[in-house]
Design a protein around this ligand. Sequence first.
Ligand code: M6R
Length: 361
Amino acid sequence: EKGAYRHFMEKEVHEQPDSVQHTLSEYLDLVTGAAKPQSVNFATVDRLQIIACGTAFYAGQIGKYAFEKYAGLPCDVEIASEFRYRSPALTPGTVAVAVSQSGETADTLASLTWCKAQGLKTAAVVNVHTSSMAREADVLWPTHAGPEIGVASTKAFTAQVSALLALAVAAGVARGRIDATREAELVKALFEAPRLIAEAVESHRDIEKIAHDLAKATDVLFLGRGAMFPLAMEGALKLKEISYIHAEGYAAGELKHGPIALVDEKTPIIALAPLDEVFEKTASNLAEVAARGGPVIMIAPATAPAPHGDGIRRVDAPDCHPLIAPLVYAVPVQLLAYYTAVQKGTDVDQPRNLAKSVTVE
Ligand code: M6R
């Protein structure tokens, strides 16, 4: 079933142009350049409460940035195991949104059921369309990643992000924040993602070289701003899960509030730096790290200006619309973890201590 690939994870990374395309097509019409109408009336929704675990939680955080930026729709995101037990204060007009590949994660399912019992409208962004969450929620927002075998989630994550970004555009249209011209621009940008993801997958050689060095590290920091912040945390999770290297994802602006104390010549710092409105801010954070002897790997478009400082290595990523940067930059992040794990000889598809679906608390 793996075909020519060494691992399911590698295969699933390569499947992303298709799974993203398929998922986007669920929510957007490429021909008309419009978002498809949704049964949730976003115009009357006051707030979204996204609930998820692990990688799905990071997808949810990326969704939050998009719902607030493009639709002016307030959005909270919480880890299901916390949400479930802390007696959260709910407000009417909130739609609870579970995000889950399996649709069976115990804490996410229990949170969804609880929200429903409190009288909230519920939705589920799930990849397994016959799952408990798909059946429990009032509204099913499917992702079309197909079966994901690798324990480390890849194509399910980008499918979740695709669905949430597309829904954020739909919400922006429904709430009068996005006019027809802007809608067409954003829909077109989203449909460019599959091609740019394929391009990012093709440039794996640079990543393999970096992974060779990462395999020697005991600690790695991932940095990003905006939607690249949750993606930095996803990158750290991926590296931890399959290469067993300690990694943390930080908002680049938080560096000087503590983690910069960790910077030394043995701690690689991976920066996700698309050419967006905060690129310059990220670049100056990287210059600060480089000045303290930290080995920086900057993942950025080839056209991005070089930050000041010696020891900054660059990995080229496709230039893209800021809306789709979390989809395009997910690829180098996944491949870094993948090749580092291959280099270390770990069991990539079945990492120690982990289960694909966490159906117990
Ligand atoms: O099936 P779910 O999306 O609900 O699973 C949530 C997490 O258990 C899952 O994303 C986990 O963090 C993965 N191992 C990440 O690679």
